[in-house]
Write a protein that binds this ligand. Structure first.
Ligand code: DC
Length: 234
């Protein structure tokens, strides 16, 4: 059998065991995806953490964020490890724990420069597909999972919530992490991020035609998790 057939078979096997979750910041997708993965015994892949880690590496190495070629070279060699430690995701960049550093506002602001480069995304997508293929099952969350990373995933969800509610959730999350940001600033940041995620040319945040839309504004995490598990088992 030729290698293209093998690749097609591998893709099919993988897409059967993938749950794709996309949505804007604060839609609840990280918490929901993590909990889903825990209950199903699946791998949890926070793809936003990968773009954040690469941004941190670029900044740490004084790489010009306008230099697509240099950023692509970094993306080819970067070592990003995602591991659950109890309830928390540990993100390692070249062997160093950067779980807190990648959530700093300075990184949040700059991820867009890295995420908009097609060749950088190609490398990240390759890594995401490999992680899922090596797992027994995976929940991937991000902006382009159902549209680009796994367009043939069996289960696709698009989580959303009203902007005010999303800002409140982020505020609570960041306050718990010891970061002090006003709700007003966060609302502005969320609106700007939505705009840049949705309007970029490559892999913009958009709902895949076959993704199930879940408005989480008035739902608890538990309700969303149960809803998704229910829908996945039908
Ligand atoms: O999910 P997050 O807020 O940690 O993601 C940070 C940024 O990374 C987000 O604003 C856009 C980018 N991102 C992306 O372009 N594609 C993904 N699959 C995940 C995140």
């Amino acid at each position: 059998m030729c290698s293209a057939d093998n690749e097609a078979q591998r893709q099919r096997r993988t897409t059967d065991k993938v749950i794709a979750i996309d949505g804007p910041a604060g839609s609840g997708k990280s918490t929901v995806a993590k909990e889903l993965a825990r209950r199903l015994g699946f791998l949890y892949v926070d793809t936003g953490a990968m773009y954040r880690a690469l941004t941190l590496k670029a900044i740490g190495g004084n790489v010009d964020l306008e230099d697509a070629e240099a950023l692509t070279e970094l993306a080819k060699v970067v070592d990003i490890q995602l591991d659950m430690q109890g309830e928390a995701l540990e993100v390692k960049l070249d062997g160093q724990d950067v779980s807190g550093d990648i959530r700093q506002p300075s990184i949040t602001e700059k991820v867009k420069f890295v995420a908009r480069i097609p060749s950088v995304r190609t490398e990240m997508v390759r890594l995401q597909r490999t992680l899922a293929a090596q797992s027994q099952g995976a929940v991937l969350e991000g902006r382009d999972i159902g549209t680009v990373v796994f367009p043939n995933a069996r289960h696709k969800f698009y989580l959303d919530a009203q902007a005010g509610e999303r800002a409140k959730r982020r505020h609570k999350e960041l306050t718990q992490m010891g970061q002090q940001v006003s709700l007003e600033e966060l609302t502005k940041e969320i609106n700007e991020r939505d705009k840049s995620d949705m309007e970029r040319e490559v892999a913009p945040l958009t709902r895949a035609a076959d993704a199930i839309y879940v408005d989480t504004t008035h739902l608890t995490i538990e309700q969303v998790v149960l809803k998704i598990i229910g829908l996945c088992s039908t």
